[in-house]
Design a protein around this ligand. Structure first.
Ligand code: C5P
Length: 219
């Protein structure tokens, strides 16, 4: 039988990562952060000095990058060719370029393959991203589309990064959403059959509770 997959998609700053980890811990499932994989790929290409506006060059260089994701929700890890990149993938440089890399179809093929084999080798897993319910795991028995008002998302993201300018953060999020939602290959959108959860007025625990009961009802 195939493993239980809980697909959690949504825009940046909707609380996906904390929520997904919390749900995985509560349900004793593994956890995969696919955004970290796109970030790690972006970090690797920046390190190599690849021109990220050259989609062909990005596609060629991406073939040779080896990514490894640790799927313990208490300690998710990400390595590129053996190097721990958990910290540098959160830099402004990576955050500012990741949507460009994620729009390259070959990059998506490579990472979707990797995500599918990670899912298949797990006993049950919460997977967060932008295209999990639509493309990576369209047969997932539970699909969540997690949203929040732009101002709430920017405030959360600013609190995470220590940014003082919440307006600039909101603009940066809006830019990334725009690229993510309008790209040709698996754009960010609510997948068919997904349950929309709005985290704007909920605490983290309330969002986790809501999703855990959706999983309990569905399985
Ligand atoms: O979730 P996070 O903000 O870390 O994702 C970083 C970027 O990776 C997103 O803005 C998006 O461009 C890309 N991404 C994607 N598909 C996914 C996960 C992330 O295109 N499944």
């Amino acid at each position: 039988t195939s493993p239980l997959v809980v697909a959690i998609d949504g825009p940046s700053g909707s609380g996906k990562s904390s929520t997904s980890r919390g749900v995985a811990e509560r349900l004793k499932l593994a956890y995969l952060d696919t955004g970290a994989m796109y970030r790690a790929m972006t970090w690797a290409l920046l390190e190599q000095g690849v021109d990220l506006s050259d989609a062909d060059a990005v596609a060629v260089a991406a073939e040779k990058v080896t990514l490894e994701s640790g799927i313990d929700p208490q300690d998710p890890t990400i390595h590129v060719d053996g190097t721990d990149v958990a910290e540098p993938i959160r830099s402004e440089e990576v955050t500012g370029s990741v949507s460009l890399v994620a729009a390259v179809p070959r990059v998506r093929e490579i990472l979707v393959d990797l995500q599918r084999s990670t899912i298949a080798s797990s006993a049950g897993i919460v997977v967060e991203g932008r295209d999990i319910g639509s493309t990576v795991a369209p047969d997932a028995p539970v699909k969540i589309y997690l949203v929040a008002d732009p101002a709430a998302r920017a405030a959360r993201r600013a609190a995470e990064t220590g940014a003082v300018d919440a307006t600039a953060t909101q603009e940066a999020l809006a830019r990334r959403d725009e690229i993510d939602s309008t790209r040709a290959t698996s754009p960010l959108a609510k997948p068919d059959g997904a349950v929309v959860v709005d985290s704007t007025y909920l605490t983290l625990d309330e969002v986790i509770d809501a999703i855990v009961s959706i999983v309990d009802t569905a399985t």
